[in-house]
Write a protein that binds this ligand. Sequence first.
Ligand code: MD3
Ligand code: FE
Length: 214
Amino acid sequence: MTEEAQQDLFGADEPPRIELAEGFFLLKAFVDTAPLLAQVQQVAAAAAFRHMQVGGGKQMSVAMTNCGPWGWTSSTAGYRYSATDPQTGRPWPAMPARFMDLAQKAASAAGFPGFEPDACLINRYAKGASLGLHQDRDERDLGQPIVSVSIGAEAVFQLGGLKRSEPLRQLPLRDGDVLVWGGPSRLRFHGVKALKPLPGGPDTRHNLTFRKAQ
Ligand code: MD3
Ligand code: FE
């Protein structure tokens, strides 16, 4: 079915919900991102964006911070969820009520009711920043879905399979698009290609990922 035909299955007032794979949903233009970006700036004022270290002493091109009870961190020692920001020793900023509400509404819209995220990882992409192919498997209960929200510049994301070697589908992600993935798609490999901001558009992309870490 084409995207257009699938959109016709929904009422005119319903945001289009596209199932890209079993348990993997794209909610196009699901949210107005202006208020979200303001909250991101508030979080970043208390827990600054930083380029985390990964194996081999390299730094990620994507800058990250977190809000909520748990935050994803990476160092030369490996990946983990931490209740405190290793840069300040303080707890991560609280998850804004608007974030929690959005994550729960999106999860429900994709058929995952009762989602209670306790972590929100915030990624910031400047021109050229990318995220290599990976799986999200640092969460305790892989039966819980993940919700992601795209803000700002358009990016091309790569949707793979359950093995790194499987072919990748490339899909554009635009401002306000929300992805929800769970069930058999929870451990799909995925990544984001180097950001190429379009002339006249925003030069930065932010992405929120809501997770149940513990
Ligand atoms: C899941 N972030 O933080 S989220 C991450 O846009 C992360 O910042 C990316 O991956 C970002 O761990 C992507 C959306 C996404 C895209 C493709 C996927 C999630 C996916 C494909 C398969 C499974
Ligand atoms: Fe990921």
